[in-house]
Design a protein around this ligand. Sequence first.
Ligand code: SF4
Length: 442
Amino acid sequence: MSTAQAQSPAPHTTIADLQSFERRYTNLPFEAILKQDILRLGLSFDGKALSGIEFKTKDYFIFTFDHVPLAEQSEEIRFRAPEEIRLSGGPFSLAKTVVSVRIDPSSPYRVSTTDRGPALFLGDQFLADVDFPPVPAWYRHTTSSGKSPGEIAPVIEWGYLIYLTVFRNCQYFGKDEECAFCDINHNWRQQRLQGRPYTGIKSIEEILEVLSFIDKEDTVAECYTITGGSVVTDLQKKGETDFYFQYIRAIEERFPGRWMGKMVVQAWEKADLLRFKEAGIKVYHPNYEVWDPELFTKLCPGKTRFIGRENWIRRIVESVDVFGPSHVIPNFVGGVELSKPYGFKTVAEAVKSTAEGLDFFMSHGVVPRFTTWCPEPYTTLSTLEKQEKPPLVYFLELLSEWKRIFEKYKLPTPPGYGPPGPGQAVFSVSAFMDVIGYEGRA
Ligand code: SF4
């Protein structure tokens, strides 16, 4: 394994780069290396590869996760791209690898059509066969309010996770409060400007209606996530914890234990969390986003002002008493430590800082996970400066550190993410699940 490099390699990868990383990072499956690079650089699509076949398209379940605005995407691509792609075969003999789709027409990774169906190319080089996710049978229904199931209760991770963003805005609003990397409010605006029905606050009734379709017809989904933006004052005359609690109570009363309940919300006090555990929530994701204290303040101004980093961290650790350590899985945004203008100048500093946070949480039995920072166009960071995508070496160092510390503390596979390891993992926005249990190669 290498030491982290201070200088960034060219942002676009070549086959020779991939081969070189494969030789250097023998602790990581090649599937994880490629997945991180595709997530980092995004995907471009040949419109022909998307026509004539049926598949589940992007539901824009919380953020855009695109590198270009919807309005600037071609008609062939906009709302036509798949939620995820699944790679296999090719010159690297890839095991099945599920990767979230982030549209970027300038990406060197391109999905084109071939005689055998869609395939992934890096420049002109064929890299892998591609599958698109199937449309769940229950997507054919319409709710009594006339909405499609994918608008109310979309599935991601190849159908494994029902993603319930019940509040599609955040009351941390504008550059002085919104997290600087987050496009939840901008996504909502873009979807509406494109004329999509994009429900801001989902009703309990419509969620239960779609879950009843899933309950009857689906055999793939195993978990649901309740999430949405922060509530600073009140929403529909309810405080934040009451607002989110009503959904969980309704779901668990109607379908007790049918799916594993997870929630991605702010860091709340232990006393507030007890009723969520009693109601049926198994996994708690109080996302800390970025470990470095100064960066947390700069990148999460709303969370800093209303809760504060020290409180946030204390609450994460204390929530272990409620859910159990490995069931507390706070996310951080991998790569945002390198964003401009506040971020670290070198990969080594960024990884060192984040590894310190990983060690702190994992020493308490908590299992942080990460997503791959996607510099969406309308975020505060993108309006402050032109953002460069973090180099691949950053993600490979980060994955190496995540794996090393996870193994040092002998932690269990995080619940609610499906099976781990190359060829098995379905978590699509980073490769942390792909590396679990990998024993390395010569
Ligand atoms: S708290 Fe931050 S990351 Fe979460 S929705 Fe609000 S702005 Fe986005």
